[in-house]
Design a protein around this ligand. Structure first.
Ligand code: ARG
Length: 631
């Protein structure tokens, strides 16, 4: 039997009733929602008020007319005038038998989640670290949110292609490569033992050398101070100009794959990616080697692409640069413009002939749609890059690069933007001394604190945890804390990073949810230890106790909760759902004895516990949070 969502079923029944009672308002929304007060009902329809207003009736009369037309079927208790409350709210109560059969349907391998028909190919852009830069807390959000979104879409049956658009090319990378080559030749750095910290220092130093240069030259030009002053200024920045020239030469050497230069670049790549992929592995983020599609992989395609765009008149010369204008969007099939006009053009070649971040991103869209077959492209990137993304989306549409085969329409491109990570003082998250926090240190501190918290909790119970045990559980708790802490806040908002808050065992936190799962598992373990057999696995569900019923209703919302994440790409909604479910379970567990109940109720409740365990584990899994069996 296909699983049924009471909300959907009720909407259908009430839509039919509206059509029958008010043919002139057949399109009205039945407005079904969970009942605010469970004592009044399980759900309510708030449609009568709007209908009455629209048709010039009294709300109560509209409600009466509606109630008379609703077919209760085997789903709900028959509605009567007594079902109407206040001005015209209609309270609805599900039949216990209907709840039991819907739960039985949910208790299937798919947990009521039907695979998308047809599945789409969806590209998720996530992580996108830059070579030679130490990873810090700001690098956590994209892989955590991106992986959760990717897993949700996979769970719904779509084909997901993760793309780690690594910043591994361009002048900045050439600067650090050039600098490193110099340090090596001076015997100050060794390639074999190179660490990301050393790279990070070289990167900063290389930037500083060349920036001084740029600032100087810019000043010369901006003020137009005449040849003499210019010569003076140029002399002042002379040393820096050298660094800049070297960087340009290094870039040319890289493009030519000059062996000495390329070898250094490859080592930089290796050291950075090692750290990046290690972090992903530690955090159970599914981003591996096979997802890496760095900017360098597009390098050879850029010049021909820009030529193609010029040839077709899509790109034009503008004050020495080459740009794609995106201020006049064409209309889509529905007559609406395909994007909101953007007045800043998308620059794809600089005056000096160099390509830009945007050039590569336009090229990446072409590959993602035309080669990888993506019909939906999701970019999990910092909110500050919104203009850049809107520009490249629009430019790719103008170029025709994003047309999905067989549809004539551009792929659906979305920026799943996220806010900044702030410290508890509301300012960018830093160490006490004002440095950025290295990700490796942050992870170590999270695991350390989790271990301590677990030991303290055990001590309070009068137990001791041995070190190995504590360390293993602390890993799971730490991962849950970090990931859930990030995912449970609205992704578009900045979020406050707080060890204490995310590691708390109470409240809407990862550890709390892990603990809820562990509790469900421990009941089942005890049942097995006490020889309660397997019969409960097929026992009929009962929802006679109100707490049991609330838990059942929460379980039935699971498929819709997962589907909801895919629509708005908002994992925090699934977090809220799981938190509500854990809360409903907690109330149920306090009020309804399980192991001590008489066998009929006991078996039904064991089955509810097992179903809750599966939904919690599946939901956490969709978020990318592995569960543990004991805590
Ligand atoms: N490397 C970029 C940065 O640090 C992020 C890459 C995001 N992905 C993309 N397709 N632009 O800002």
């Amino acid at each position: 039997m296909p699983s049924r969502d009471p909300l959907v079923e009720l909407s259908q029944r009430f839509t039919a009733a509206i059509r029958a009672a008010f043919p002139e308002a057949a399109d009205a929304d039945p407005l079904i929602a969970p009942c605010k007060n469970p004592e009044h009902g399980d759900f309510q329809s708030n449609a009568a008020m709007g209908l009455a207003k629209r048709l010039g009736q009294k709300p109560r009369d509209a409600a009466l007319a509606l109630v008379a037309k609703v077919d209760p079927g085997d789903l709900i208790e028959p509605l009567t005038p007594a079902s109407i409350a206040g001005p015209g709210f209609i309270n609805i109560r599900l039949r216990p038998r209907a709840i039991a059969s819907m739960l039985a349907a949910l208790d299937s391998p798919s947990l009521g989640i039907e695979p998308a028909q047809p599945p789409s190919t969806i590209v998720v852009d996530l992580m996108g670290v830059n070579l030679a830069k130490q990873m810090h807390v700001g690098h956590l959000r994209s892989p955590i949110i991106g992986d959760a979104i990717a897993r949700t879409l996979e769970r719904l049956g779509h084909t997901v292609i993760r793309q780690n658009h690594v910043g591994d090319w361009g002048l900045n990378i050439a600067m650090v490569t050039g600098r490193l080559m110099r340090e090596i030749s001076q015997g100050r750095t060794r390639l074999e033992t190179l660490t990301l910290d050393e790279l990070d220092r070289a990167y900063v130093a290389a930037q500083a050398e060349c920036q001084r240069d740029l600032a100087g030259l810019e000043a010369v030009r901006r003020f137009g101070l005449g040849p003499k002053a210019e010569a003076e200024l140029e002399a002042q920045v002379g040393g820096a100009t050298e660094a800049f020239t070297l960087a340009r030469q290094t870039l040319i050497n890289l493009q030519k794959k000059d062996p000495a230069t390329y070898a250094v670049w490859q080592r930089i790549y290796q050291v950075t990616m090692q750290t990046c992929l290690d972090v992903c592995k530690t955090l159970a983020v599914n981003v591996t080697d096979e997802h890496t599609a760095g900017e360098s992989t597009y390098a050879d395609e850029l010049a021909p692409m820009v030529q193609d765009l010029l040839d077709r008149g899509i790109a034009v010369h503008d004050q020495g640069a080459i740009v794609i204008r995106v201020d006049e969007p064409p209309a889509g099939p529905d007559g609406e413009p395909l994007w909101k006009p953007i007045k800043e053009p998308c620059i794809i070649r600089k005056t000096d002939g160099g390509f830009l971040y945007a050039t590569t991103d336009v090229c990446a869209i072409r590959r993602r749609v035309q080669k990888l077959g993506g019909s939906r492209l999701i970019y999990v990137i910092d909110a500050r890059q919104n203009l850049h993304l809107r520009q490249v989306f629009a430019a790719s549409i103008r170029a025709g690069y994003s047309v999905v085969k067989g549809t004539g329409l551009p792929a659906h491109m979305e920026h799943a933007a996220f806010g900044a990570v702030l410290g508890e003082d509301g300012r960018p998250f830093k160490t006490r001394s004002g440095d950025t926090v290295r990700l490796a240190d942050l992870l170590a501190e999270t695991f350390g604190r989790a271990e301590q918290a677990l030991k303290d909790a055990a001590a309070q119970r009068g137990e001791t945890l041995d070190d190995a045990q504590a360390r293993e559980i602390a890993r799971a708790v730490g991962i849950a804390a970090l990931k859930y802490g990030d995912l449970s806040t609205d992704r578009t908002k900045d979020y406050l990073f707080s060890f204490d808050r995310m590691l708390a065992f109470e409240g809407n936190t990862g550890p709390y949810l892990l603990y809820a799962y562990v509790r469900t598992r421990s009941i089942l373990r005890k049942a097995a230890e006490r020889g309660m057999g397997e019969g409960w696995k097929t026992a009929p569900f009962s929802a006679s106790d109100p707490a049991e019923k609330q838990l059942a209703l929460a379980l039935l919302r699971y498929p819709a909760a997962v589907a909801g994440v895919a629509e708005a790409l908002e994992p925090h909604r699934l977090c809220q759902y799981l938190y509500d479910l854990a809360g409903a379970f907690s109330v149920f567990f306090d009020r309804c004895p399980v192991l001590a109940a008489e066998p009929g109720a006991r078996d039904s409740r064991l089955r509810v516990c097992a179903l809750t365990a599966r939904v919690l584990a599946d939901g956490l899994g969709v978020l990318g949070i592995p569960t543990i069996e004991r805590m």
